[in-house]
Ligand binder design. Sequence first.
Ligand SMILES: C[S@@+](CC[C@H](N)C(=O)[O-])C[C@H]1O[C@@H](n2cnc3c(N)ncnc32)[C@H](O)[C@@H]1O
Length: 197
Amino acid sequence: MPMSRDYWEHRYQTKDMSWEKGAPSPGLVDFLAAHPELPRSSVAVPGCGTGHDVRAFAAAGFVAHGFDLAPSAIALAGEKTQAAGLAAKFTLADFLHDAPPQLFDWVFEHTLFCAIQPAEREEYVRAVLRWLKPGGQYLSVNYFITDDKDGPPWPTTRAEQLARFSPHFELVADWLPRSYPNRTGKEWLFWWRRKAV
Ligand SMILES: C[S@@+](CC[C@H](N)C(=O)[O-])C[C@H]1O[C@@H](n2cnc3c(N)ncnc32)[C@H](O)[C@@H]1O
């Protein structure tokens, strides 16, 4: 059964937010610092939570837009972004089923893939394709937990990521990123470019 909007909203309302680290993905921070040559284009961050990754993209000069299913996440993200003096948009949306408000140059993934039901993963791949421009890029920080059978989060592996995304994307690079202390060695960063159709 899909995790509903009520499920996620309840987790925000009860402050049951174990994923909330108060800072962007360290792997994303390093990626942005390492690539000043990349055009500062549009990026969608689905399942953005309170918006740390969206603000990291905005601070680096991207036109950043966060999306989340939970109204409280969108409200918190907007407040934090205003307080930080950054410009970014946040919109309530179901990434898996809604049409994007525009097509994006980038989609950035961080703990949404592991948060949806494993049975929804093909829909997730279709959503990335639906939200990206032709030739767009997909950057993902995937959480390689192996022992959690009672998600979210649910496990994934490098082999699964390659099997799901290789038919539609060329792998530009993948590597072990810097992580939050309690995720060290458990994350993997993939940089994909959408194949021409
Ligand atoms: C584990 S949290 C991660 C939040 C954020 N990416 C982070 O790392 O701090 C998963 C987030 O995805 C949101 N979410 C779950 N399903 C979604 C969907 N179908 N569309 C958009 N957001 C979704 C939840 O509301 C929640 O904010």
